[in-house]
Design a protein around this ligand. Sequence first.
Ligand code: NIG
Ligand code: FE
Length: 403
Amino acid sequence: MTQPRKQLWRGARISTMVDGWGLIERGAVLTDGEQITWVGAEADLPAGLQPQAEHHLDGALLTPGFVDAHTHLVYGGDRAAEFEQRLQGASYEDIARAGGGIRSTVAATRAARADDLFASGLRRAHTLRAGGVTTLEIKSGYGLEAAAEARCLRVARRVGRETGLTVKTTCLAAHALPPEFDGQPDAYIAAVCQWLPALHAEGLVDAVDAFCERIAFSPAQTRRVFEAAQALGLPVKLHAEQLSDQGGAALAAGFGALSCDHLEWLSADGIAAMQHAGTVAMLLPGAYYFLRETRLPPVQALRAAGVPIAIATDHNPGSSPVLSMPLMLNMACTLFRLTPLEAWLGATLNGARALGLHDRGQIAIGQRADFAVWDANHPRDLAYALGNPLAQAVISGGARIAP
Ligand code: NIG
Ligand code: FE
């Protein structure tokens, strides 16, 4: 089925996310192929448009599609038993040090067939998509050997092809120390730096990430990974200041990082460095909630510094098994005290920035025709709804991809 080039989406209440909510009553959007070519009130539609298809939205709400810019979507197994252990008092760090945590998912991922990794990744992507996601970042980091990392990144690319979602892949080989490198973190980092060129040459890497933490890699080791990324011209991002302040955010900002993620322990110096570099602060309320953290990211200081704030699901089996961006809107507001507008900007425009994408996140001329249609009056209704609101329709590049 070939998609009509010129399409008119009319009869919608539109939230463009330009200058705030950017609400347009009885609005219309004209798309040509993958792009938005006109947005405004229906009453102002230019004459003689002759679109090849018209979609009457019956007063539904049309918003930009969500950009879920931080996920670990491809993995084997689950960590429900660990969840139970934590409820009985073990901490995330205790479990990691005892060889569980990320390592247990690495074992399950290595043991899984590629088709099974694809099938489970696809199911998760379908759930995110039903909740309005049109762009998705997927990290590796549960293979921790060259072939297994490549396999997960290929599966991630395949999820993108199969779902109509834009999938950006991030190499997070520096996520944890695999058992075969026990006691030799520097040797493992050297190996990761050696793998990057081939992964990049295969077109599997849009960005490079690391986990800079007491239970993962030091700032010096993180720096080596970033230098290897930089040598290949790849942008970097970092799991920084999640469980302790390692100075990771400032380090990443020094490399012009697209985003620093988690940030509960972010310092004033880290904020200043991120502001200077234009790095996005990626807040992950799902992980904060699920690990029952109590230290809040410094939202007010980030705001005051004008650091763009994004939010994402951080979907992963250990710290955030959530698959709903609307639920993240709610948690960003209730837990982190973002305003509904800040949460929405975080889930759209600033999420796109965290991936280095400037062609999406708003309903505006020249932007990609990525949007979601909702049974709601106002976008704040989705942040209010404590649950998993589903979109009536999800459109990517002008093509309906769900339901
Ligand atoms: O973003 N912080 C490190 N990585 C993931 C969790 C990974 C896991 O526990 O499997 C995160 O929270
Ligand atoms: Fe993460």
